[in-house]
Design a protein around this ligand. Sequence first.
Ligand SMILES: [Zn+2]
Length: 237
Amino acid sequence: MNLTEQDTCPLIDYVTPDFPREVEYGYCHCRCGEKTNIADSSRVKWGHVKGKPIPFVFGHQMRVRARERRGAISQPEDLTIRHIALTKRLFAVVDAFLYEWLNDYTWYAFYSEDVKSHYAARAIWEDGKVKHIFMHRQIIGLSREDKMQGDHENRNTLDNRGSNLRPATTTQNAANKRRTKTRWLRGAHFYKHGGFTSRISINNRSVYLGWFPTELEAHLAWKAAAEKRHGKFMNID
Ligand SMILES: [Zn+2]
């Protein structure tokens, strides 16, 4: 199929800067190879033009962004574990032998208000609703309906290595749940949207020192600032 002037795919810049222009018009732009539906109405925001093929198969838009996230993530030197990119600049740790299987899905960081931490999750469309499938449950083979919970032994809910996961009943899991009044390392403040911020109090004013992916790094930034200000005489651990 050759592209003509009128057949140029609409709203190319809307989707992503490195939009895959070589994808044939009429096929899904996530490059899955599936044909897309014809738009029954025009929706500028979605790149739909009435009577023309739409850019993506339903739900495939997010795959492009997910691919960008995967490309941006660094892998650990330890070859037995791999990182899987999530949203919010977070990643999950998995056993290397499960990496290809899991990395095929589009994952995001899901914040649990209850546990006060993030889980790796993906979305499915069921009964007209979006439902979350959690990566740790998928790994230990618990279905959505299963009452058993997946427990993270070391309490890091993004550490989905098999050695860290075990099925648990609700009460067992509650016993291992992070207490809500956890004290973070000094200077580190849990940031709901991912990672930690570092702050130091100077003359009763809170000064922002930056964002860090881990609690420890935020704490170290605080420590460096405190040392600079107070010298070695202050007890800052
Ligand atoms: Zn597709």
